[in-house]
Design a binder for this molecule. Structure first.
Ligand code: ADP
Ligand code: ADP
Ligand code: MG
Length: 481
């Protein structure tokens, strides 16, 4: 087993990984910037190393500093979390050169999957189904026009190196191609340092369904079922659930097989996710995220597999604890991403000091959080503050449980998107489980959220009954202790 693990990340995911380490008896090292001096994750770690000023480019993204921190503390493994350097094969290579285990897939798998063009090519060759389009970088708009006329409008321009929903643009008309192509290429260059852009057919209102996979270094590789992630805003996920309501058992089985095929084709080990679009009985491979995913807890809730623990075991050279036949779905799980964003103001980031904080608990509730009462939520990073995850025997009960947990969740001093989640959990379309990636726009969800917040304000705001406050007092006391 690894003897000490450095977590090259922050916030809730750093704590999630440290929790798995603690259960395995592995000491942990946190790295932190000026903005995270009093963050929860730095307090949780056994050791901490300061790595620089608040901006990530001067701290969490400085590879040399992170490697040095591992060498100085004697950490023999680095877990990258998600975001930051999680999908950076250069960083993984540097780890290897310094005899540090990168807790993730092998470098060639990362290299293949970080290019949407190369991975799509390789998937086509292996027989994985993909969206129609071209698998080469298009820089010339004449050529783009020819391709556009072949595959038809609307179409998608996609940055090959893109991620986080950035660098994906829908084009509806031939006359817009030249300008849009130039724009996406510039954005791709500035965001990812690579201006390769490719074209594929636009799938109208698809579902985003993904499969978790995990493999070891001994050739065992399985999938750990699906997740439905179609509640998205600007191609970014907000709510995830499992199992997906959109696909049949036959499709589920076929997608699972293709996810395993995709991962095996890439020579994969450790945890990863194959993302697909699903529409009318057809599914298409989108990309593989070569890391632990934000929404991994819902998979853990329905299967019992501790993915972070498996990651650490696999990185230590052990065999997977599971075979495919061990993976069975029990019940239903939902995750709401709790972001420091103001839903009444276009989801603008709204960091600030958390003056009141109490987490929900009780049966079937899990909170993966990086915050506490008194914390000044930093404006420099992702706006996700916590994840609220619930499990129940079936979907209707999971929704009711989520409503109860959202009601218990008390965050004061900083605006959050909790009202958005409350509206969705009460929405008949969501309840019926028949939503796709255009759900928010097609159902006027944002207008409903604004109305809901106005009504709440008119009724005297967030005041809860005395009994409910008493129930959360213990949590408040604990977080102050
Ligand atoms: P998922 O949510 O499915 O795990 P995302 O693509 O939404 O995957 O990425 C998860 C997190 O990682 C995001 O919230 C963001 O902080 C970060 N991230 C991923 N890719 C990028 C990117 N290219 N640029 C900036 N941040 C990114
Ligand atoms: P990222 O790396 O930013 O996560 P993805 O390729 O995974 O990019 O796509 C993110 C989201 O964008 C998908 O979940 C889907 O909603 C939408 N999308 C991507 N490609 C297409 C397409 N060809 N047609 C329609 N929607 C798409
Ligand atoms: Mg994606």
């Amino acid at each position: 087993m690894l003897s000490k693990v450095l977590i090259a990340n922050r916030g809730e995911i750093a704590i999630r990984i440290m929790r798995a380490c603690k259960e395995l008896g592995i000491p942990t090292v946190a790295v932190y910037s000026d903005a995270d001096k009093s963050a929860l994750f730095t307090r949780y770690a056994d050791e901490k190393v300061h790595i620089g000023p608040a901006p990530a480019a001067q701290s969490y993204l400085v590879k040399d500093k992170i490697i040095q921190a591992a060498l100085d503390t004697g950490a023999d493994g680095i877990h990258p979390g998600y975001g930051f350097m999680a999908e950076d094969f250069e960083f993984a290579t540097m780890c290897a050169k310094n005899n540090i285990e990168f807790i993730g897939p092998p470098v060639p798998s990362m290299e293949l999957m970080c290019s949407k063009i190369d991975s799509k090519k390789s998937m086509i060759k292996a027989g994985v189904s993909v969206v129609a389009g071209v698998t080469e970088a298009i820089s010339d708009h004449e050529k783009a026009l020819n391709i556009a006329h072949e595959i038809g409008f609307p179409l998608m321009l996609k940055a090959s190196a893109g991620g986080g929903g950035i660098g994906i643009v829908r084009v509806d008309r031939a006359e817009d191609i030249e300008e849009e192509l130039a724009k996406v290429r510039r954005l791709a260059k500035s965001s990812f340092g690579d201006d390769s852009v490719f074209i594929e057919k636009y799938i109208h209102e698809p579902h985003h369904v993904e499969f978790q996979v995990i493999g070891d270094k001994h050739g065992n590789l399985i999938h750990v079922l699906d997740r439905e992630c179609s509640v998205q805003r600007r191609n970014q996920k907000l709510i995830e659930e499992t199992p997906s309501q959109a696909i049949s058992e036959e499709i589920r089985e076929e997608m699972g097989k293709q996810a395993v095929l995709a991962a095996k084709t890439a020579g994969y080990w450790n945890a990863g996710t194959c993302e697909f679009m699903y529409k009318d009985g057809q599914f298409y491979f989108l990309e593989m995220n070569t890391r632990l995913q934000v929404e991994h807890p819902i998979t853990e809730m329905i299967t019992g597999v501790d993915l972070a623990r498996e990651q650490l075991r696999v990185a230590s050279g052990l065999e997977l604890e599971y075979e495919q036949s061990d993976i069975v779905c029990k019940g239903h799980a939902i995750e709401c991403r709790i972001n420091a964003e103001d839903p009444a103001n276009g989801f603008m980031p709204s960091p600030g000091k958390i003056v009141r904080y109490a987490e929900p608990s009780g049966p079937g509730v899990r909170v993966d959080s990086g915050v506490y009462q008194g914390l000044d939520f930093p404006p420099y990073y992702d706006s996700m503050a916590a994840k609220l995850i619930v499990w129940a025997e079936d979907r209707p009960r999971a929704i009711e449980r989520m409503k109860r947990a959202l009601w218990e969740y008390q965050i004061g001093g900083m605006k959050t998107n909790i009202p958005f989640h409350e509206v969705v959990m009460n929405d008949p379309v969501f309840k019926a489980g028949i939503y796709n990636t255009s759900y928010i726009e097609n159902n006027d969800i944002m207008a409903k959220v604004t109305k809901y917040m106005e009504e709440k304000r008119a009724q005297g705001g967030n005041k809860k009954t005395a009994a409910a406050m008493a129930a959360v007092q213990t949590v408040i006391a604990a977080s102050q202790g």
